[in-house]
Design a protein around this ligand. Sequence first.
Ligand code: ASP
Length: 415
Amino acid sequence: MLGVWFEITLWKRILGALVLGVIIGAIWGPGSESIGWIGDLFLRLIRMVVVPLVFVTLVAGVVSMGDPSKLGSLGVKTLALYMATTLAAIVIGLTMAVILQPGVGVDFSTATPTTVQEAMPLSDRLMDIVPINPVAALADGNILAIIFFALLMGVSLLTIGEKGRPVADLMDASSEMMLKITHWVMEVAPFGVLALIAEMAGTKGVAALYDVLALVLAVVLSCLAHMIIVHGLLVMKTMLKLSPTSYFRGARDAMLVAFSTSSSSATLPVSMSVAEENLGISPVVASTVLPLGATINMDGTALYVGIVSVFAAQAFGVELGLADYALIAGSTTLVSVGTAAVPSASLFLMPAVMGAIGLSPEQIAMAVGFVLPFDRPLDMLRTSVNIGGDLSVATTVANWEGEFDKEVFDRPLKY
Ligand code: ASP
């Protein structure tokens, strides 16, 4: 019996759990909240892995690189790709919002005005990268600060050579250990996903989405277009000459977990493991590019914020010119760097972008209040796109840096 369960490939178990979760939620209604603890338990397990995994794999990754100067070119390429793909996502989102006009004729008067605190200013966020106390950064789960300190540790281990061997070996063994734990945690995913989805469908109700069909359509189509055109055709097929199907097949476990958890940072352990095991990305690239991406690269979030800003402007009858669209694109790219990789983080970005195109604080509060009730299902979708964005950039950087194993990428998955 147990053997049969494990023989079913993990992504199929997760997908099955997702479908079953929706059905259970729809039948059980708000009562499904009572199994919410299973979802919370899964989230706790997966979040438990993030900090130690990022820290040890990053140190071990830098040491295995052998040459610290490689880190510079890797960093520049990663950042450039992250910016470029985010901008592409916003352009797709804005184009869709202009074509579909989801906000025209929408009445915000029924919404409960909601004021959210704006995301931390970019300058503070940049300063925060240097931890005053690395142990506190680990304890707080401050990913950028952890990356900074782990990079320094890795480079210093390389610099001191033989003397650093014991620590380097410890980090290497620890990263193997953390990946093993991640695998075990993933076995809990189907149960966690079922509970999370049942609770969401039972309490929030997917039916709310019908009220804002045009907006939902714009978001769904943009997400699909971005994944298919940018990640699949442009990056994989045209730039890297790789099969988009193999890419999506390799990335699907991570994208499904992103869909269920709505959190890029909670999905990080899974994306790191699929990157190495399914996509042929070397540990050094996976451990540097992905944690950074989970924190600063959000293609789905960026396109969503762009669409909702245009949606609000249309609903309030604010005319937008080319300069306004450029402003939305620029400000969304910048603020998306400062978004926490947690559920509904987009809501905290919107005020800055909507403010930039001239909406008043009252209008912003109404717009945020309007999208709030159905944010969760859309968050699930955009978080999958965020994770897809991180993995496609990691695949590209691995290719460019000679850190890619095509055999692993092309190999049919064993599950
Ligand atoms: N939930 C998203 C993430 O973690 C952020 C957002 O709200 O758009 O990637």
